[in-house]
Design a protein around this ligand. Structure first.
Ligand code: NAD
Ligand code: MG
Length: 404
């Protein structure tokens, strides 16, 4: 049996955070929680502190910290409350910490995730926006520090699982081609609007967009799944994780059942796939225990009730966000960071009822056009500047096109 692993969960109150705690609760002999963090839902964070007894809980500001401290005092918890962005980095880099689950949503998760990588931790990467915003810098940090990077996004976790063992042990050191890989096949569910006619897409509500057919997730990623931007972000994520820079290295395959979580095609014609129920506890448990396997509480896949596996090509006309992500990847430089920032503002606008679903790609397209030639990717500061510039341009577009 391995020794006790101390883990920090960035974003413990979210969907990935809760699933991570579910896996931890099944293995009290292997995992101990060092810190939990959350931006809201302080009652939930307090309950998590009572159950898992972390040394620290981190919130965003002094007001939340006072509220959480009050709740914890009432409950008799001895967890210490910290606040602010620097505290997120502190609990991700502390000497006692073995692993960091990076499950904050959006670009806000980038800094503590990067700091965990720089500190050489086992980084369980759910926050795909980190790689979209600063993929090259992040991968350099991983290589330089010797951090162990394990993808938690189900598709990337699947790809990691079916890559050759030699590659898994030395990721990005040997080119994929030298490992016999022809291409990566990234599966996509197609989201809740896969079969919806173009005209109807104008009128879909946030509730419809957040009702994913197979996965239960946070609201931002649910909208991204509905627009196929999630797949676009995942193509960029895969480009960096697996050092797959060429246009034909990664193909997207729509697979509505979400049972095949992704595939790797080898040069000899073999295609290896990872299958399972759509339950994030599988990739989370894989990342936590790697190279061992542990119980994740996931039901066996019932092939007879699944019945069939379908595959389609993605419709880039109805779902232009995927095309925009391919374009941003081809433009390189700060374009993916701009795409990501514009998408975050567009999704927020859609969720607040200020934009139509079909305005999301319109806003992103406009911001990419306006900002890309003005931005640079030469340093982290430059990328953060591009992110801010894109957010400002996106807010302006939103103001002038808002429904209300
Ligand atoms: P969520 O919205 O359910 O949870 C987000 C967490 O981040 C919460 O704990 C929230 O309090 C915290 N947070 C939000 N804004 C913050 C800020 N500004 N600063 C600090 N903390 C903040 O999201 P989720 O669905 O759990 O997704 C988390 C990440 O994992 C995303 O990057 C998403 O793309 C990725 N991911 C999620 C799934 C899934 O099944 N949910 C699958 C693959 C990848
Ligand atoms: Mg995914």
């Amino acid at each position: 049996m391995s020794s006790m692993q101390k883990i920090t969960i960035l974003g413990s109150t979210g969907s990935i955070g809760v699933n991570t705690l579910d896996v931890i609760a099944r293995h009290p002999d292997r995992y101990q929680v060092f810190a939990l963090t959350g931006a809201s839902q302080l009652d939930k964070l307090a309950r998590q502190c009572m159950q898992f007894r972390p040394r620290f809980a981190v919130v965003l500001d002094a007001v939340s910290a006072r509220t959480l401290s009050g709740l914890l005092k009432e409950l008799g918890s001895d967890t210490e409350v910290l606040y602010g962005v620097a505290a997120l980095s502190e609990v991700s880099t502390a000497a006692e910490v073995d692993a960091v689950m990076a499950a904050i949503v959006g670009a806000a998760g980038m800094q503590p995730t990067l700091d965990a990588a720089r500190a050489g931790k086992r980084v369980l990467l759910a926050n795909k926006e980190t790689l979209v915003l600063a993929g090259s810098l992040f991968m350099d940090a991983v290589r330089e520090s010797g951090a162990v990077l394990l993808p938690i996004d189900s598709e990337h976790n699947a790809i990691f699982q079916v890559l050759p063992r030699s590659y898994r042990e030395n990721p990005c050191v040997i080119p994929l081609q030298d490992a016999g890989v022809k291409r990566i096949l990234l599966t996509a569910s197609g989201g809740p609007f896969r079969t919806m006619a173009q005209e109807k897409l104008h009128h879909v509500s946030p509730e419809q967009a957040c009702k994913h057919p197979n996965w239960s997730m946070g609201r931002k990623i649910s909208v991204d799944s509905a627009s196929l931007m999630n797949k676009g972000l995942e193509v960029i994520e895969a480009r960096w994780l697996f050092d797959a820079p060429e246009k034909n290295d990664i193909a997207v395959v729509v697979h509505p059942q979400s049972v095949v979580h992704s595939m790797v095609e080898y040069m000899d014609g073999s295609v290896l796939a990872q299958l399972g129920n759509p339950d994030m506890r599988t990739p989370i448990a894989y990342g936590m225990a790697y190279p061992e396997r542990i119980d994740a509480g996931v039901k066996s896949l019932d092939f007879f009730s699944v019945g069939r596996l379908d595959f389609e090509s993605p419709d880039l006309q109805r779902f232009p966000c995927l095309q925009l992500a391919f374009d941003a990847l081809a433009m390189a430089g700060a374009a993916p960071a701009i795409l990501n920032a514009a998408n975050e503002i567009a999704v927020e606008g859609f969720l607040n009822g200020m934009l139509r679903f079909t305005d999301i790609p319109r806003l992103i397209d406009a911001v990419l056009g306006e900002c890309t030639h003005r931005a640079s990717a030469e340093s982290l500061e430059a990328l953060l500047g591009a992110d801010q510039m894109a957010r400002a341009a996106a807010r302006q577009w939103l103001q002038s096109h808002a429904l209300c």
